[in-house]
Each structure stands twice: as C-alpha cells, then as structure tokens.
Write a protein that binds this ligand. Structure first.
Ligand code: C5P
Length: 292
C-alpha cells in the first residue's frame, strides 16, 4: 500500500493516582484512561528515498501550529526512526498530520501520534513485528504511548503508565472538555505533587466502566495531580471553578492538565454543558465521546 490514512485519538484520564516516586525519576502510577473520538488525522505515504518527512496539513488551525515541532523533538519522527532502525528498513515515508488535539493538554496528542506512526508505518512498509517489540519502542518514547498503541477503549495503566490492562466498557460515556490558554509542564506538575501515604484505588471507577454499578461516573473520577497543577496554573484553577459554578457539577483534570472536563449524562446533556461552559468562560469546548 502506498498511502495510508489513520485517526490518532486523544485519551482522557478519568482516574490518576500517584503511588510513589521511582529511582529513575518517574512516578509509579495507577491511572484509568479512555480512548476518545477527538482525533488528529495522519497520512503516511511512500517516498523514493529513506528520509522520514514530516509536515502539518494546510487544514491544521493556526493556533495548533506552534506547539508542533518539525524536528527530532517530535515523537512522530522518533517513533518512525526507531522502527526504521530496528526493522532495518531501507524505505522512507512522508507523514502529514492534521492537528485537532491541542498540545500540553493532558490528552496525549503527541503520544497518540507516536502510537499511530508505529501502526501506520508497519502497514506502509509491510512489517509485522511482534506486538512486544512495538510496545518496547513505545515504552522507550513515553509513558502514554502503550495505551494508545494497545487500541483498548479503556485500560488501567500502571508502572510509569506503560503497563496496560484493558477494561471492557459497558456503555458510551460523554465529556465536555476545555483547555485554558496556558498549558502545563508535565515534569513540573509531577515534581510539585505530594505523594499520598494511602493511595486511592481505581476499583470503583473500573466497576462503573464495566457496568457492575450504575452510580454516576463522576463519583469515581479522581486525579492526584490536580492540586499541584492548580497552584502552578492559576488560570486553570479559575477555569475549574467557573466550570463547577455554571454547571453545578464537579470538574476534573486529565493527565497533568491543563485540559479540564465535566462528565455528561448523554450527548444532549453534553451539548447543554458545552453551551453553559462556553458562555461562562468564553473558551471553546469539545464534546468528547468514548471511542466506539
Ligand atoms: O513519559 P512522558 O514523556 O510522558 O513523561 C514526561 C515527564 O513527566 C517525565 O519526564 C517525568 O518528569 C514526568 N512523569 C513522571 N512519572 C510518570 C510519567 C511522567 O514523573 N509516570
């Protein structure tokens, strides 16, 4: 195949607990992630040389262009070059991305692009490496890539985030997400987070996802990184307060932020909440659905 188009979906952390600090500088986590329908579009094309060429499509909105490096700091190029080297491929590729997922948002836009790159290039180059090998590449590049590579709709992720245990989701869930103008630096948020002596458990939210209980999902949503992120990013903290005030619902943060979200009952409720939050904050909101 000489041209492949794939969606590269955003994740949402609906539960995140920090279990401890590791000797490698990372933090041991227990997090529950959902794959959502908010997606970038990636196109992989064959070229005549061995170069990996990366570009943003003309459809990418101007406000998302600056957060997308075109050099080797981009996880897409690192994933592609890693796969090319390990598989000893003598082929190149042209990769074009239409960005939709905002950067520094806790939605794993960059990690998702890296996972999609591994899948896209395996198809373009006709490679069939063992899944373990692809997951090994993913784990060396970042902590969220393994979940997105797994294709699971939901999972409990442990270790740095790279140990993925899929969870069966009994129904669709809806969220209204909004990102303040300022993003969060993930290392800073982790550094400023206090590690609890007794960690929260994800068992409640997993029971809700699997349909063992029908209590409201938001009753179980939790993110240990929120307090530190609110201190670091005052704009985000004010945004969470406005969201709560106008919706009369609890607001949560995804990953290390700065995207915040409300849980909606269904699509109709999500549209209602989106209007409320957009009117109250003046910021653009997204309705996110768990990916089908
Ligand atoms: O792995 P990733 O590139 O997503 O992580 C970015 C940064 O976030 C790491 O360099 C580290 O400072 C912090 N982090 C952490 N513990 C994790 C995941 C990330 O401390 N489990």
């Amino acid at each position: 195949m000489s041209r492949i188009e794939l969606l590269s979906p955003a994740k949402l952390n609906i539960f995140l607990e920090v279990i401890g600090k590791r000797s490698d500088g990372y933090h041991e986590l227990e997090t529950v992630m959902l794959r959502t329908d908010l997606s970038d579009l990636m196109v992989f094309e064959q070229t005549s040389g061995t170069q990996i060429e990366l570009r943003l499509s003309d459809e990418t909105p101007p406000e998302l262009r600056s957060g997308f490096p075109l050099d080797s700091s981009n996880l897409i190029l690192r994933a592609a070059e890693n796969l090319q080297r390990r598989s000893q491929v003598q082929m190149g590729a042209r990769i074009s991305v239409t960005k939709v997922i905002p950067p520094e948002s806790g939605l794993a836009g960059g990690s998702s692009n890296a996972a999609t790159t591994l899948r896209g290039l395996c198809r373009l180059w006709n490679l069939q490496p063992p899944e373990d090998e692809l997951h090994e590449i993913a784990a060396t590049l970042g902590s969220d890539i393994n979940f997105l590579l797994s294709g699971a709709k939901a999972a409990i992720c442990r270790g740095r985030g790279e140990i993925v245990v899929p969870v069966e989701v009994a129904q669709e869930f809806w969220f209204v997400a909004v990102r303040p103008k300022t993003g969060n630096s993930t290392p800073t948020v982790f550094r400023e987070t206090n590690i609890p002596s007794v960690p929260e458990s994800s068992s409640g939210i997993v029971r809700r996802l699997t349909g063992e209980t029908d209590e409201p999902l938001e009753k179980f949503c939790f993110n240990r990184l929120t307090d530190a992120a609110c201190i670091i990013n005052g704009e985000m903290s004010r945004l969470m307060n406005s969201m709560q005030k106008c919706s009369l619902k609890p607001a949560f943060m995804s990953g290390s932020g700065s995207t915040c979200f409300l849980v909606a009952d269904d699509q109709h409720d999500a549209d209602r909440l989106r209007s409320l939050v957009e009117c109250s904050t003046g910021l653009r909101c997204w309705v996110l659905q768990t990916s089908t």
